[in-house]
Ligand binder design. Structure first.
Ligand SMILES: Nc1ncnc2c1ncn2[C@@H]1O[C@H](COP(=O)(O)OP(=O)(O)OP(=O)(O)O)[C@@H](O)[C@H]1O
Ligand SMILES: [Mg+2]
Length: 268
């Protein structure tokens, strides 16, 4: 273990080593990454969300009235055919794009009609993203990539370093902190992306086909990290085409042709 990594582990209880995530039932309710306690159980509520991509005559109605509620601590998958609106829904959930109409409450706040500057702040503070294509900066080290969201959040240098190292330790990548993304395997790159998604202690983790570019075994390892996070009370929404992965989440929401056809509410 490097000097930095051990310092990070000592000083920041937010993150635990990968081993430390092997949890007991008693720990399972803790939310390591959520700073304030929940005001209510409901984290997300969508009502009649519509999204029209307007290309003049070729307007596409990608979402056609989506209703959805997600509680804090849920680990949910979104499944459905190609072109059904999964990524569109994730973009709206992640405040990357606004709906054409409908309501979206996130963490008690009505975010559907906020201006883009406010949405950017919410994204940075509350949401951790993991994408199919990793989206790492190729010229920056692993450590710098993981520090980046904290730079935008205005967190000081020492704390940035400490939290980034702790997050890398959590995903088992501390020894690669000084490497560049192109020196890593696909699975390792996605671990970096997961670490980057965690450093601002997000209220919500969104992953759009995080295993889409990985082989089955490596993908399964990434899902194991999400499972560990879910055990610790993180709220995670994951898009996948893989039924085996969907079965590892607590609830499956199926979307077909812009509408949810199954999994509106938590089952039992
Ligand atoms: N920027 C855009 N402009 C116009 N149409 C778009 C845009 N993005 C998506 N669409 C259309 O909206 C519909 C839903 O697309 P979306 O990307 O949400 O599907 P998806 O379920 O994520 O598919 P996949 O499984 O292939 O990733 C599709 O018909 C798509 O062509
Ligand atoms: Mg998609």
């Amino acid at each position: 273990m490097t000097e930095h990594a051990s310092a990070a582990t000592r000083n920041d209880l937010t993150f635990r080593g990968r081993e430390g995530l092997q949890t007991t039932g008693a720990q399972a309710g803790n939310r390591f990454f959520v700073e304030s306690g929940p005001a209510t159980d409901e984290l997300i509520r969508l009502e009649q969300i519509r999204k029209v991509y307007d290309s003049g005559e070729n307007a596409v109605e990608a979402l056609r009235g989506v209703d959805m509620a997600i509680s804090r601590g849920e680990f949910v998958s979104i499944i459905g055919p190609s072109g059904s609106g999964k990524s569109t829904l994730m973009h709206i959930l992640g405040c990357l794009d606004g709906p054409s109409s409908g309501s979206y409450w996130l963490d008690g706040q009505d975010v559907a009609a906020l201006p883009s500057s406010a949405l950017a702040r919410i994204r940075n503070q509350k949401i951790g993203f993991v994408f199919q294509t990793f989206n790492l900066l190729p010229r920056a080290t692993v450590l710098k990539n993981v520090e980046l969201p904290m730079l935008y959040a205005g967190i000081g240098r020492d704390e940035r370093r400490e939290r980034a190292l702790a997050a890398l330790e959590l995903v088992g990548l501390s020894p690669r902190a000084k490497h560049r993304p192109n020196e890593l395997s696909g699975g390792q790159r996605q671990r970096v992306a997961v670490a980057r998604a965690l450093v601002n202690k997000p209220t919500l983790i969104l992953a759009d086909e995080p295993t889409g570019n990985l082989d089955t075994k490596t993908g399964s390892e990434i899902i194991s990290i999400f499972e560990d996070l879910a055990l610790h009370g993180e709220t995670i929404i994951l898009v996948t085409h893989d039924p085996v992965i969907a079965d590892r989440t607590h609830r499956r929401i199926r979307i077909v042709d812009g509408l949810i056809v199954q999994g509106h509410e938590a089952e039992g």
